[in-house]
Design a protein around this ligand. Sequence first.
Ligand code: ATP
Length: 509
Amino acid sequence: MTTKADDVFKKLISHCKEYGFIFQSSEIYDGLSAVYDYGQTGSELKKNIMDYWWKSMVQFHENIVGIDAAIFMHPTVWKASGHVDAFNDPLIDNKDSKKRYRADVLIEEYIEKLEQKIEKEVEKAQKRFGDSFDKKMFLETNPRVVKNREKIEEINSRFVKSLEAEDFQDVKALIEELGIVCAVSGSRNWTDVRKFNLMFNTQMGSLSEGASMVYLRPETAQGIFVNYLNVQKTGRMKLPFGIAQIGKAFRNEIIARQFIFRMREFEQMEMQFFIKPGHEKEWYDYWKEKRMKWHTALGIPAGKFRFHDHEKLAHYANAATDIEFNFPFGFKELEGIHSRTDYDLGAHQKFSGKKLQFFDPVANESFVPYVVETSIGLDRMFLAVITHAYNEEKLDDGSERTVMNIPPVLAPVKIAVLPLVKKDGLSEKAREIFDELKYDFMCQYDEKDAIGRRYRRQDAIGTPYCITVDYDTFEDNTVTIRERDSMQQDRIPIEKITGIVKKRIEVRP
Ligand code: ATP
């Protein structure tokens, strides 16, 4: 992370606290690591992200329905899904600092540094050669670039092979050979790499009744798979169809840092799309495109997103890609799109002894459907939105403002209603307008302090529209509407506010 990006990130975190977006959990007890609470502004933004997702998935697709499964599930679910045996991270400790790391992350960060070196070479050459610069040729022929590229490929293939074979000795050997040091102690004094299961567990029932161990779900997807037949039959669903769900998931992450990027309690928005085997490639491509459009339709620049296709596939997938977002600490996974074959339904069929199939009346055959899933972290989406939104601006008059350019459809408060001054009946008129608008939009009424300061407060929480009531309002029933990003002010009739704002905050991805 560059120091500038680091600085901006720190400012964003304190802005989130100051304006009621995000608080540390149990802060008065010094907090609980990697657990966060959403405040009065943040919970609105989070709810709006959920709504935007739910509408795009469920309301806008005739063949996708939503469910809300319980967090606790039968323990055999996690045996069948592979999580009991395979939901592990490779753990490594530095003996001097006692700091704990994920071995795979240490190696990925090393690779990222090599990638950055290549990028720097390209930038330098671009400056030197100007318009005549041929990037493709440079990447193929520059000896330093070629050497680093070869090194990346060599590390990648060895690392993927040893992780897949769970050859942890070799993972440790690789960390030592690359000379990776602990960021805190600076030493190479590493423990062996060990397997660490990320699932939390607890007891269900009192001990006297013979309690059994249950897990807090590490993903919402399994709640959908075990309900596949319930939904298919009761909803009379035909392939292809999808089941969507938003809900909490829990992972005992080894390293939980970077604010709400990696939490131990978080929320997922997942959709499993059930299809006929053999059609997975076309649906995988369809959902890749559709999901990217969902992001860019918000007006966040397309350059902030990129696909990252997986080389190392999870135990359940035959194709997988991440939609990565350019967070202040670099491009990182925001959403996963996975072609999961019939792995999950097949496994549940085996472990439960119940048939989880679809009968195709045209072909007169039954089969276990294949699945393409889209899985996005709600909190990570929140972080992507606020990262994009947070801006410090220098204005023409020399003053500064901090503004959250949150896409209007997601903004916690859509309209602030402000009387110019608190006298001569302006407050009463403004309240009257507020009391009408509140049935259509989340609104705030504010009459405290000078109008300029009130505008700044609304900028800081990302309110896209401020409505100001002044003396002219009594003359001609008009108000001023101020747009957050351009700060442009227009005069409009009171009865047009709802229509204008509704139109401007609508998104159709
Ligand atoms: P990562 O590689 O970052 O650990 P993952 O590949 O394990 O993520 P998935 O299992 O595919 O993630 O989960 C789907 C989505 O859930 C991710 O794209 C991410 O947005 C979100 N997510 C996963 N783990 C966390 C976490 N600890 N905190 C917040 N969001 C998370």
